[in-house]
Write a protein that binds this ligand. Structure first.
Ligand code: SF4
Length: 268
C-alpha cells in the first residue's frame, strides 16, 4: 500500500459526527459506580440535571455552583461529602465569604477531603460573587457568558478555565470540558482531524491553555454538526471515552467508522 493510499484510507475512516453519535448512544457504560445505562440515558440525565439546577432557589443554586469547585477529580466520595457540608452550612456567598478559610480547611480535612487549599478558593470565589455580582449566581453566569476570558473568578488561585467551566455547566449546556477521555475519543476515532478543516491550531501539549481553547472550539463545531449543545456532545464523548473506548474493545464497538480500528484491520 502506498503512503498516499494509507492517507486516503485514514481520511475515509473518519466518522461523520451524526453517525458517530447515533452509534455511540446505544453503548452501555457504568457511571456512577454500579449504574449501567446507555450513553444516551446518561447524557439525558446530565441535561435534566441542568434544567433542575436552573429552577433551584438562590440558596441551593449557590451550594451547587460553589460545590463544583471541589471536584478536583470529577467524581469522588469525599468531594460529595465536602460538597454536602458546604451546601448545608452556607446558604449564600455572603456567609461563605465571611468564613475563616483556615477553619474551613480544617473541617474539610476532617471530612477526608484531600485538597484543603480549596477552602481558600471557595472563600475567595464567594467574596467575588458577593462584591461584584450582588451575591447572585445567575448574575455571574450571565456575565461569564459575555466575558469568557475576562472573568475575575479566573484570577482566584486554583481556578482555571476548565474548573470554572465545570461550575458553569451545572446551569448551562453552552460549555464543553475537554479532558483526557474526550481527547482520547477524538484522537482514536479520527474526529480530531476535523480541526484542520475548521482551521484550528491544535498541538499535542495538553497543558497549553491555547490548545484548550482550540479544543473547546472544535467541540463546539462538532456539536453543531451533531445538532447538539456543546455540553451534550461533550458528555457523549466523555461517557463513551471513560469506560468504553479502548483499543481492547474495538471488536465489539458500535462505532462503524473509526480510524483506529481501520488502522488495526490494515496491519492484521
Ligand atoms: S473502541 Fe475502538 S473502534 Fe470504538 S471508537 Fe474506540 S478506538 Fe474506535
Amino acid at each position: 500500500m502506498t503512503a498516499m493510499s494509507k492517507l486516503e484510507r485514514v481520511i475515509a475512516s473518519v466518522p461523520d459526527v451524526l453517525s458517530f453519535v447515533k452509534d455511540v448512544y446505544g453503548a452501555s457504560v457504568e457511571y456512577p459506580t454500579g449504574t449501567w445505562k446507555t450513553v444516551e440515558e446518561h447524557v439525558k440525565d446530565q441535561m435534566a440535571d441542568i434544567q433542575e439546577n436552573r429552577k433551584l432557589p438562590d440558596s441551593k443554586k449557590f451550594g451547587v455552583f460553589i460545590g463544583k469547585f471541589l471536584y478536583v477529580q470529577i467524581r469522588s466520595e469525599t468531594a460529595e461529602k465536602a460538597m454536602e457540608y458546604i451546601s448545608s452550612n452556607f446558604a449564600s456567598p455572603d456567609e461563605l465569604a465571611a468564613t475563616d478559610a483556615d477553619l474551613l480547611a480544617t473541617k474539610l480535612r476532617q471530612l477526608g477531603y484531600r485538597f484543603p487549599d480549596k477552602a481558600f478558593t471557595l472563600v475567595e470565589i464567594s467574596k467575588i460573587l458577593r462584591d461584584k455580582f450582588n451575591s447572585k449566581v445567575d448574575d455571574y453566569i450571565r456575565f461569564a457568558k459575555r466575558n469568557y476570558r475576562e472573568d475575575p473568578i479566573l484570577e482566584v488561585r486554583g481556578v482555571g478555565f476548565k474548573t470554572r467551566d465545570i461550575a458553569l455547566s451545572a446551569f448551562t449546556a453552552e460549555y464543553s470540558l475537554v479532558d483526557v477521555h474526550i481527547a482520547n475519543v477524538l484522537s482514536r476515532t479520527g474526529l480530531i482531524l476535523k480541526a484542520y478543516l475548521y482551521g484550528l491550531k491544535l498541538t499535542t501539549d495538553r497543558s497549553d491553555e491555547n490548545n484548550y481553547f482550540e479544543m473547546t472550539k472544535l467541540l463546539s463545531k462538532l456539536s453543531k454538526e451533531a445538532n447538539m449543545m456543546p455540553f451534550e456532545f461533550d458528555q457523549t464523548l466523555w461517557f463513551f471515552g471513560k469506560d468504553y473506548c479502548s483499543p481492547m474493545n474495538c471488536d465489539k464497538c458500535p462505532v462503524k467508522k473509526c480510524v483506529t480500528r481501520s488502522f488495526k484491520d490494515s496491519v492484521e
